[in-house]
Design a protein around this ligand. Structure first.
Ligand code: GAP
Length: 449
C-alpha cells in the first residue's frame, strides 16, 4: 500500500512551505513548483547524500558541473534532436486538450480496455492522429531571433559528461572503471499533467556516467542497479515500496542495451524514481564522429586503446523528494488530538533539532539561546519560542524535525535539558555539555536498512 495519498502530501508541502506552485499570484504555470525554506534544506540534504555516496565515500568517481546550454551539435550526435519525442494527440471533440498517446494507451490497458480505441479522457471526444513532439526547449543565442543560432536547454545532464570525457581523463588521472558525476537542472517540455513534482518542466538530475572496459559492462550494470536501490533504502524508504524493474525490449531507449528502473510505490502506483542504463559505447562513439575528436582510453603501457562502455545511474531530485515525503507522511493520536508527522530519516530532515524554551522567566531565554548557538554550528537547528509548546511540537513534527530540546526549571538548576524523540515520543534528560555530541551521533547514524 502507498504510505500516503498525493493530496495529503501536496497539502502538507504547501502548508509548511516546503514546496508550492510557482507563479501562483498569476494563477500558476503548468508543472512548475517552487521550494520554500524547508524544501530547500530537504533538497540540499538529498543532493549531499548523493554526492557522499557517489564521490566522497569512493575513490573512482569525480565531480563535474557542465553548462546547461551546449553546442547544438551535441543534440544531433546524442539523437535527441531527431528522436527525443513524445506521441502527442489532441482532442477533436469539445475540450481540445492535448495528451500523450502512450500514456492514454497504458491507462486503457491497465483498465483492461482496448488501447487502440482510446478517446479523450476529459470529454470523450475523438483523438487526432499522433504527432511526434520534441521535448527539448529551444532558444536563440544572440539578439535577433532569425539571425541567431538555435540552441537547446539540456534535457539531461549526461551529455555534458560525455563532452568533457577527454578533458576529465587528462586531468583526473583515472583509468576505467571510473565515473563522472554531475547534479544540475534539466528541462523538458512535458505535455501531460505532472502529479505534483513527479513530472515537471524543469527538474534537477543526479547523474553519473561510469566508464568501464567493454567486457566488464554486464558486471557493472548489475553492481549499479543494486547499489542505487540500496541508497534509497538507506535514506529511509522501506524495501516493500521499492523495486527494480527491467525494461522490455520495446521500452529501451535508442542508446541502451539494458535499462532497469528503480521504482517506488507512489500514491499514483509503481513509477520510476531512477533509471540505470547500460549505454554501451553509443555516446562516446557518436560524439567522436560528430566532433572529430578521439574519445577513447589508451593504455599508457601497451599503447592499446578502446572506447569505454558506460553504465549510467540517472536519478531525479524531485522524484526522490516526493518518494521521501510520501514515505514519511504519517498521522497518529497525541493527547486526544490527531498529529501529522513526517517521519523523515534524520540525515535528510530539513531541521535536525528544535530548541524550545518553556518559560519566559529571567534566565530561561538566555540558556535556551546558549544551547541553540552551541547546536547550530554542528547541525541545522531552529529556535522557536512562539506560542504554546504543543503547537510548537506540531510545527516541528510536520516538517520532520527528529529531535526537540526543551529548557525548563530543572535546566536552570542542573544544566540538563529534555530531549524529545519525534517518533518514540520519549523524553530524556541530557546534560547541556553532552547534548551536541549526543545529537551529532544520532543524526549521522546511518544504519543501512
Ligand atoms: N540520462 C538519462 C536520463 O535522463 P531519464 O529516465 O529520462 O534518463 C532520469 O531521466 C531521471 O530524471 C528519471 O528517473 C527521473 O527521476 C528524472 N526525470 C526525468 N524527467 C523528469 C521530469 N519531467 N520531471 C521530474 N523528474 C524527471
Amino acid at each position: 500500500m502507498p504510505a500516503a495519498t498525493m493530496d495529503e502530501v501536496v497539502a502538507l508541502a504547501k502548508r509548511r512551505g516546503l514546496i508550492f506552485p510557482a507563479s501562483e499570484i498569476y494563477g500558476g504555470i503548468a508543472n512548475t513548483y517552487d521550494y520554500g525554506h524547508y524544501g530547500v534544506l530537504l533538497k540540499r540534504n538529498v543532493i549531499d547524500e548523493w554526492w557522499r555516496a557517489m564521490v566522497f565515500e569512493r575513490d573512482d568517481i569525480v565531480a563535474l558541473d557542465s553548462a546547461i546550454i551546449q553546442h547544438p551539435r551535441t543534440w544531433e550526435a546524442s539523437g535527441h534532436l531527431a528522436g527525443f519525442t513524445d506521441p502527442l494527440v489532441q482532442c477533436l471533440g469539445k475540450c481540445k486538450r492535448r495528451f500523450r498517446l502512450d500514456h492514454l494507451q497504458e491507462e486503457a490497458e491497465a483498465r483492461g480496455e482496448d488501447p487502440a480505441k482510446v478517446v479523450c479522457p476529459v470529454c470523450g471526444g475523438e483523438l487526432s492522429e499522433p504527432r511526434a513532439f520534441n521535448l527539448m526547449f529551444e532558444t536563440t543565442i544572440g539578439p535577433v531571433q532569425e539571425a541567431g543560432a538555435a540552441v537547446y536547454l539540456r534535457p539531461e545532464t549526461a551529455q555534458g559528461i560525455f563532452l568533457d570525457f577527454k578533458q576529465t581523463l587528462q586531468y583526473a588521472r583515472k583509468r576505467p572503471p571510473f565515473g563522472i558525476a554531475q547534479v544540475g537542472k534539466s528541462f523538458r517540455n512535458e505535455i501531460t499533467p505532472g502529479n505534483f513534482i513527479f513530472r515537471t518542466l524543469e527538474f534537477e538530475q543526479m547523474e553519473m556516467e561510469f566508464f568501464v572496459p567493454p567486457d566488464e559492462a554486464g558486471k557493472w550494470y548489475d553492481y549499479w542497479r543494486q547499489e542505487r536501490l540500496d541508497w534509497y533504502a538507506r535514506l529511509g524508504i522501506s524495501r516493500e515500496r521499492l523495486r527494480l524493474r527491467e525494461h522490455t525490449l520495446e521500452e529501451l531507449s535508442h542508446y541502451s542495451s539494458g535499462t532497469a528502473d528503480v521504482e517506488y510505490l507512489y500514491p499514483i502506483g509503481w513509477s520510476e524514481l531512477e533509471g540505470v542504463a547500460n549505454r554501451g559505447d553509443f555516446d562516446l562513439t557518436q560524439h567522436a564522429k560528430f566532433s572529430g575528436e578521439k574519445l577513447e582510453w589508451k593504455d599508457p603501457q601497451t599503447g592499446k586503446g578502446y572506447v569505454p562502455h558506460v553504465i549510467e545511474p540517472a536519478a531525479g531530485v524531485g522524484r526522490t523528494i516526493l518518494a521521501l515525503l510520501c514515505e514519511a507522511y504519517d498521522t497518529d493520536e497525541l493527547g486526544g488530538e490527531e498529529r501529522t508527522v513526517l517521519r523523515l530519516h534524520p540525515s535528510v530532515a530539513p531541521v535536525k533539532v528544535a530548541v524550545l524554551p518553556l518559560l519566559r522567566k529571567a534566565g530561561h531565554p538566555e540558556v535556551a539561546r546558549e544551547v541553540y548557538e552551541s547546536l547550530r554550528t554542528r547541525m541545522s537547528a531552529e529556535y522557536d519560542d512562539g506560542g504554546a509548546i504543543g503547537r510548537r511540537y506540531r510545527r516541528q513534527d510536520e516538517i520532520g524535525t527528529p529531535y526537540a530540546v526543551t529548557i525548563d526549571h530543572q535546566t536552570i538548576e542542573d544544566r540538563t535539558v529534555t530531549l524529545r524523540d519525534r517518533d518514540s515520543l520519549t523524553q530524556e534528560r541530557v546534560p547541556i555539555a553532552e547534548l551536541a555530541d549526543e545529537l551529532g551521533r544520532r543524526v549521522t547514524n546511518r544504519t543501512p536498512a
